[in-house]
Write a protein that binds this ligand. Structure first.
Ligand SMILES: Cc1cc2nc3c(=O)[nH]c(=O)nc-3n(C[C@H](O)[C@H](O)[C@H](O)COP(=O)(O)OP(=O)(O)OC[C@H]3O[C@@H](n4cnc5c(N)ncnc54)[C@H](O)[C@@H]3O)c2cc1C
Length: 436
């Protein structure tokens, strides 16, 4: 039975490199960069591996920066969390070094890093993302690095007044931990509901009550007109006093340094095929993690920006780079997967909803036993009218069993088909709703 998804056509597959790869340069020493170095060695690559990273610290994990902002002062090092020690795996690790130009040549690449040029047979771009801070918000801080977290931690003492601009994933997480530690927290959100960009206004609205329950003031539909050292001005003329203002208004791929050398989307993303080959570039140029907008046969174009993609993508990218897989079918196609712990709740979003999708709630959001949201693709015009509908995405709130079931549902080559009426009943397993 045909599905309404994916809406776009697959890009032409990027071929394997046309020359032998004896040296690989990995740019960016975050999760995706570190996992790339590890994957190269796991796949038996014994050539030269160089890792360049702008931060001076060894690779660490970012999700704890917000969730454990106030109770975990040391970064969660990837060598402890994942057993990835880049210093033993790579031949050269240059931290505190920014790549500032890429030249792709026929049989390799040349990356300028400070005063030096680094040459390699292939490059894996893993420069992640950068938190957005509007140009005239110089007095607001952002949270993306361990240094940002250390700066914020020092200022969030009990009684301090924190205004968080943006009720997205990171804003909600920081608001919850700060309030629990005795900080006076207000969250300002321009749209009508928290998490509306990720979940839509109707589902996001179901999380609004969590703020008051956690002692956080939530201002919805409130547009910020200015940020200064001592507060935030709103379009309705009010002024919210603050000791700290956190801009949590999103992040963008950190690819400005590639300007002119590779095709980029307007938001800075690099489009990659199922083997993480950069579309429009030769096969020895790959991109992983937050910088990559990946083609998925099941979900269409999947933007970066989430941990699971940065963890899992590099193994596929390395296999394709080393010529170990030759067809799209060989590549893993993980479902987009986002997790968050916020304001006392665990959220997992799997898959990717589209604008015309139909929302079905699972369980009772007011019931206290966890709930969910399911998005179904509009029936395709040539749908045969059978009972099942293609599930494009699902959210599980405080329902770990649904997370496990959801991961299995999105494990096949096409979107799973479910009976929406059965799936809405939270007393039944999601598997019961599958229409075979
Ligand atoms: C506070 C916070 C909480 C998060 N929580 C969650 C969560 O709960 N769930 C979830 O799914 N995701 C979460 N994320 C997102 C997740 O951490 C990212 O998707 C993941 O870190 C992406 O890994 P990456 O390696 O692609 O990029 P990054 O982790 O951003 O690493 C990229 C590295 O490249 C370096 N770099 C950039 N430019 C250059 C250059 N020109 N030269 C050299 N080096 C450069 C950067 O300094 C950085 O160290 C969170 C992110 C943050 C900031």
């Amino acid at each position: 039975m045909p599905d309404a998804r994916p809406p776009a056509a697959a890009p032409p597959a990027v071929p394997p490199p046309s020359h032998p790869v004896r040296s690989v340069l990995v740019v960016g020493a975050g999760l995706a960069g570190a996992r790339t170095v590890a994957a190269l060695r796991e796949h038996g690559f014994d050539g030269r591996v160089t890792l360049l990273g702008r931060e001076t610290r060894d690779p660490y994990d970012r999700p704890p920066l917000s969730k454990h902002l106030l109770d975990r002062p040391e970064p969660a090092w990837l060598r402890d969390e994942l057993g990835v020690d880049v210093h033993t795996l790579a031949d050269t690790v240059q931290l505190g070094t920014s790549a500032d130009h890429l030249a792709v040549v026929g049989d390799g690449v040349v990356v300028r890093a400070g005063a030096a040029d680094v040459r390699a047979d292939a490059v894996v771009l893993a420069t992640g993302s950068r938190a957005v801070r509007p140009a005239d918000w110089g007095d607001a801080v952002t949270l993306h690095t361990a240094d940002d977290a250390a700066g914020l931690r020092a200022r969030l003492v009990p009684g301090a007044r924190l205004v968080v601009v943006g009720a997205g994933w990171i804003g909600a997480e920081v608001a919850g931990v700060a309030s629990a530690a005795g900080v006076d927290v207000t969250v300002v959100e321009a749209t009508t509901a928290p998490l509306s960009a990720a979940l839509g206004a109707r589902v996001g609205d179901l999380t609004a009550g969590w703020y008051a329950a956690a002692g956080v003031r939530l201002e919805l539909g409130a547009e910020v007109t200015g940020v200064s050292r001592d507060g935030v001005g709103l379009a309705d003329g009010r002024r919210l006093p603050a000791d700290v203002v956190l801009a949590a208004v999103g992040a963008r791929p950190d690819t400005g340094w590639l300007d002119g050398s590779l095709p980029r989307d307007p938001d800075g993303s690099l489009r990659v095929d199922a083997g993480y080959g950069v579309v429009g570039a030769p096969g020895h140029v790959r991109a992983v993690g937050d910088v990559a907008r990946r083609w998925s046969a099941r979900h269409g174009w999947v933007p970066g920006g989430h941990w699971d993609g940065a963890l899992r993508g590099p193994a596929t990218a390395v296999r394709a780079l080393l010529g170990a897989s030759s067809t799209t079918d060989d590549h893993e196609d993980p479902a987009p997967y986002v997790f968050s712990t916020q304001l006392g709740h665990d959220l997992t979003l799997l898959g990717q909803q589209g604008p015309g999708d139909e929302l079905v709630l699972r369980g009772d959001p007011a019931g206290g036993a966890g709930w969910g949201a399911l998005w179904f693709a509009a029936p395709a015009v040539d749908d045969d009218g059978g009972p099942g509908r293609a599930l494009t995405a699902m959210l599980a709130v405080d329902r770990p069993r649904d997370v496990a079931a959801g991961r299995r549902l999105f494990g096949g080559p096409v979107l799973p088909r479910l009976d929406p009426a059965v799936a809405a009943d939270a007393t039944r397993g999601l598997r019961d709703a599958v229409v075979r």
